[in-house]
Design a protein around this ligand. Sequence first.
Ligand SMILES: NC(=O)c1ccc[n+]([C@@H]2O[C@H](COP(=O)([O-])OP(=O)(O)OC[C@H]3O[C@@H](n4cnc5c(N)ncnc54)[C@H](O)[C@@H]3O)[C@@H](O)[C@H]2O)c1
Length: 357
Amino acid sequence: MPDQPNQPQQMHNINHTDLQNFVKQILIANKTSPEHAEIVSKCLVSADLRGVDTHGSNRIPSYMERIRQNALDPSAVPTIRQVTPAVAQVDAHNGFGFVAAHEGMKLAISMAQIFGIGMVSVKHSNHFGMSAWLVQQALKADMMSLVFTNSSPALPVWGGKEKLMGVSPIACGAPAGEGRPFILDMAPSIAARGKIYKALRRGEKIPTDWALDKDGARTDDPAEALQGVMLPMGGPKGSALSVMMDVFSGVLSGSAFAGHVTNPYDPSKPADVGHFLVAIKPDLFMTIEEFKGRMDYLYQRVVDSEKMAGVDRIYFPGEIEMITEEKRLAQGIPFATAEIEGLNKEADLVKVERLKV
Ligand SMILES: NC(=O)c1ccc[n+]([C@@H]2O[C@H](COP(=O)([O-])OP(=O)(O)OC[C@H]3O[C@@H](n4cnc5c(N)ncnc54)[C@H](O)[C@@H]3O)[C@@H](O)[C@H]2O)c1
């Protein structure tokens, strides 16, 4: 956390390969196998590259604290139970959510390659960061996907005032040909809670429609917002989507649900997060070329649509993040001084070479 929460921080650009190696070394030094450290570091840096800074490498200190407090087992190996030929269950055994979900999507893809669809439920897992990396995993195999997870209480249900449902993201995707693939990845709140943590780290204010403080008043102070509740997008509809994530990821899997998932920043006990992953073969009803051609047509229709006043360009879902990724691959990923200090503190604890700026 920054020493002076209200002072905007100086930014430094970090090369993505250096960052991934650095994160990987910290993970390995904290009892994660090199194979699992590769998966976790790749997912975190993929979020950094796509501009989802809230769910990238800056999460390392909170994840490492969970390891130190025995709330997360870095050496857990997920186990698989094949339920039907197209349905499997993964038990994460309280290991990294990234590792269990990666294994789950790999399974879903291999089942979809044979049966057209593969469905995987993951239990006893942890936070897996940015959902879009699982959509990207499916896209690499030319698969459509649904990626759901539940999360710790942050939102009231519509009409309520206590934190009960998670700001649980809904993600899905579909491959394209020449155009950009479709990647939707959205939290059912007006803004993801990670954006409030990021504002706090960077000494920034937040828009007043994101959250209420503990007394139920609108606030632009990230610290006060974290004491209160997030506001759902679209009123009761956002709160219903959050319940939906809990049904598919929590109730169905056998993991915690109904407000019982532990906050990733609370290292006192296991999180018991559930995930729900589906891979779908896009060429079930036509050839893959025809499907991709139709996706390209949809992309073009969307981005060429007539613009409302004040809009310069229309983007396809996921396109802004892809443009950011292209830029950051070339120019590096911006980090605030306090964020680099936070990461280097972790490096010092396990005697890993510090990140240079
Ligand atoms: N694992 C967890 O428990 C957890 C919890 C909350 C959020 N998250 C992650 O936080 C991240 C941020 O979520 P968010 O809801 O704040 O995302 P967001 O509001 O930045 O984007 C949501 C979606 O809208 C699209 N979009 C945004 N602006 C657009 C525009 N101008 N035109 C067209 N499309 C546009 C994006 O491509 C994206 O698919 C996600 O990656 C999510 O997975 C994870």
